[in-house]
Each structure stands twice: as C-alpha cells, then as structure tokens.
Write a protein of this length. Structure first.
Length: 339
C-alpha cells in the first residue's frame, strides 16, 4: 500500500462531477494492490454471502458506522482516520475478473458495500466500482448494492444492463427524513433529498430499487419511518428494510461525541431508548437476528415499519437472504438477489 499525496487529477483526462460533499485538502489517499477482492461471509446474521469492497475507510463520516473498527487493522484509528485516510484497491477490477473466472459463486449475488461505501466521493475519480460492475456484466453476475452515495446514478447504463441480463438491485440507505438532521450525524453524505431523487432516477431507468432505513436511532429517527417509506415508494422503490443502531467497540465513543454535540437536549432520551432495545446495553458487538433489537419498544418500531410497508405496497422480501443451493450457470439469467 502506498500513500498518494493527491488523488489523480480528474481534469487531465476526464470530467468528474461530485455528487454530495467533495473531499477537502485534509483527505489522504492510499493506493493498495490487494491479494483478493471477493470476501465470503458465513454468518447467519448477515444477509449475503459474497461481497466486494473497493475502498477501506469512508469519507461519508457517518458517526454510527459499524465498520470503523476495521480501519484499526491497517494501523489507523477508528475516528477521524477512518474518515480521512482512504485506501483505494486499485487492482480490484483485475482481481474480480480473475476470481470470477476461477470460482463458482453458486448462484449467489455479489454485494457491493458490505463494509464501506462503494460510491463514496473518491469513486468519481477512481471509478473502481464502475469498472467492477463492467466485469460483472461481462460474466452476467448478479449484483446488489447498498449505498448512501448519489454518485450511483452515474452508472445507470451498466446497472440497467445488469438488471436486464442478470440481476441488479440498488438500495439507497436513507435513515433520516430531514436534511438538517442527516448533516449532523452523517456530515459528508449526499442529503436525503438528493438520495431520494437518485432513487427516483434509478427506478425510472428500470433498475429494481429499495430503501434501507439504516440505522434506526431511537429518539432521533424512529418517527421518520412512515415519511421515509412513503417518499421512497413514491420514488419507485419496491423493497425496504431497516436495522437498529449498533455501536460495537470504538464506534461507541465516536457516536457519543457526535450525539452530544448535535443533540444535547435529546441525549438522555436516546440512550434510554437504546438501552430498552438492546437489553439494557448501550452497545452490542454481535449482530443478532437481522441486526434487530429486543423488548416492547423495538417490537413497536417493527410493527410500525411492517404496517407502513403493507399499506404502501412494498414487497415482503427485504434484506439479501437468497437460498444457497442455486447453481450459477452462464449465460442463463439468475434469480433475484432479494428473493
């Protein structure tokens, strides 16, 4: 892995337009030649088996991001280092072509952004995700994407083709209805209004879409559930899922600091509600069944979510949890990512 004092200058060869907040001068970029690119997960609590993560660290700076501790494996910190020291896997497309040529994914989809966002701002310059999607199209490999990045609209051409020829689904993660609230807790992400607009653009292009209410922070955005689902349905989303806030390890102090700064008047209410849904604990290191909670308060949130989904006509299937018995044979069309 080598540091890059400045990202490649996009104006020398291509035109790149930021969607969301552009990086500032304090951003440090490191280019890495990875050994592998497809990660396999065997946890029953995670709704997918195979994933690709073109980046390590994330400029989006979401205070609640459960991936923050992974940055410590690189010798970086889980706080500001996670947000400003971004590693780009520059050989990801080449590795993906090699690995898809050599292994059978057994009919499973390949999920992008299982850890950090594949459409964070640096993607506008490096296009690693786009080139990986082009490889997937060549292999007719089904894909699933979960992102907060409005930049995903740039790749409508490839995603539309994948939706027709294999299978492609895109979930926009939009946990807050208010642009102002979102800016306080996820400062460098495209605003919710921009993400909803992106959802409509993707849907109108024939790409199956959904909304991820992730995470639900009780006392902050649990009351946003009906409004977000209604807006997403109007934008063409046909699926929805939600997850409860998780604060493992070093994520807890990062979130605590941001919450105190952003919502000092609601801080006690939020921690009380989280404890009610987490069995009396502030943080929870394990995922738990579908990353859900416990107790009557969480059951009330789940009931509200399910009732609104039924009322608005969302499909029943939610997170990616396909059967693992289907075999992948090229070139016939694969079954849906979220069957």
């Amino acid at each position: 892995m080598r540091p890059v004092s400045n990202p490649p200058n996009p104006w020398e060869t291509v035109h790149a337009e930021w969607l969301g907040e552009p990086p500032e001068a304090r951003l440090q970029v490191f280019e890495e030649n990875s050994r592998s690119i497809i990660a396999e997960n065997d946890s029953p609590d995670v709704g997918f088996r195979f994933s690709v993560n073109p980046y390590r660290g994330c400029w989006h700076s979401c205070s609640y991001c459960y991936a923050r501790p992974t940055h410590q494996y690189l010798g970086f910190g889980a706080g500001t280092d996670f947000e400003t020291k971004i590693v780009v896997k520059i050989n990801a497309p080449r590795l993906l072509r090699r690995e898809l040529s050599r292994r059978d994914l057994e009919g499973e989809p390949l999920v992008f952004s299982g850890v950090t966002d594949c459409y964070q701002p640096l993607e506008a310059v490096y296009s690693v995700t786009r080139r990986c999607l082009e490889i997937c199209r060549g292999f007719r490999q089904s894909v699933g994407i979960v992102t907060k990045g409005a930049l995903v609209r740039r790749d409508i051409d490839i995603l539309s083709a994948l939706a027709r020829e294999a299978d492609a689904r895109v979930f926009l993660s939009i946990p807050f209805a208010s642009d102002a609230t979102a800016r306080l807790l996820e400062p460098n992400v495209a605003l919710p209004s921009q993400r909803l607009e992106t959802l409509a653009i993707l849907s109108s292009a024939g790409i199956p879409t959904g909304i991820a209410l992730a995470p639900i922070i009780p006392g902050i955005n649990d009351s946003d559930i009906p409004r977000l689902l209604a807006r997403a349905r109007s934008a063409g989303a046909s699926r929805a899922f939600m997850t409860l806030l998780r604060l493992p390890a070093e994520v807890l102090p990062v979130f605590e600091q941001r919450l105190t700064s952003a919502f000092p008047d609601r801080e006690n209410k939020v921690w009380s509600a989280i404890a009610q849904m987490r069995g009396g604990k502030k943080n929870e290191s394990r995922f738990g069944a579908r990353m859900g909670g416990v107790g009557p308060r969480w059951k009330a949130v789940e009931a509200l979510f399910e009732a609104e989904k039924r009322r608005l006509g969302f499909r029943d299937d939610e997170e990616p949890s396909p059967p693992r018995t289907a075999r992948f044979e090229r070139p016939p069309r694969q079954r849906s990512l979220f069957d």
